[in-house]
Write a protein that binds this ligand. Structure first.
Ligand code: SF4
Length: 166
């Protein structure tokens, strides 16, 4: 299975907690004003890459990295391929963060089984569109103050939103 990839960072300190590899997934329809990754909004930007190849690159960064982050672009638009990658990442004992322009509530109400399935593997999401007028007081790891940093597994279990607590 292949993923359309816009970019890859072997290690980053600013895309979630701790040192993490980051995969920038191509394609996004949210069209936020002030988007920093505008070129990545195109669904054909970057390269089609086999999931196994991506996984090999991630494995090269173990044990240096603590986890992997999906960013973009909108990762949930390629949920099917990312489920497979997420399963592999969790098998390595790595934490998984995901940035998304969708709100957590909207995803839970989605009829798209792939999006719901992908959520099962994600530890933390930073949710909601980027709002360029709300950059002051943005939570740590988020770009604007409307976005939330959510502990996905605790939230799914309890049925209410529980924010990530370091
Ligand atoms: S969700 Fe992210 S990639 Fe998509 S338009 Fe908004 S800021 Fe850009």
């Amino acid at each position: 299975m292949k993923l359309q990839v816009a970019g890859f960072l072997d290690n980053s300190m600013v895309n979630g907690k701790g040192l993490r590899s980051v995969i920038f997934v191509s394609g996004c329809n949210h069209n936020c004003e002030g988007c920093h990754n505008k070129e990545m909004q195109a669904f054909d930007y970057g390269d089609k890459v086999e999931i196994n190849e991506i996984m090999d690159r991630i494995k090269h960064n173990i044990p240096l990295i603590k986890g992997v982050t999906f960013s973009g672009g909108e990762p949930f638009e390629q949920a099917k391929a990312l489920i497979f990658l997420a399963q592999n990442i969790k098998e390595q004992g790595l934490s998984l963060w995901c940035y998304t322009g969708y709100t957590f509530d909207k995803m839970l109400g989605s009829k798209d089984n792939d999006k719901l399935e992908l959520l099962k593997y994600v530890d933390v999401i930073v949710d909601g569109r980027f709002e360029k007028n709300l950059t002051e007081n943005a939570p740590k790891y988020a770009g604007s103050s409307n976005q939330r940093v959510i502990n996905v597994q605790k939230s799914l279990k309890s049925g209410k939103i529980i924010e990530f607590n370091e």
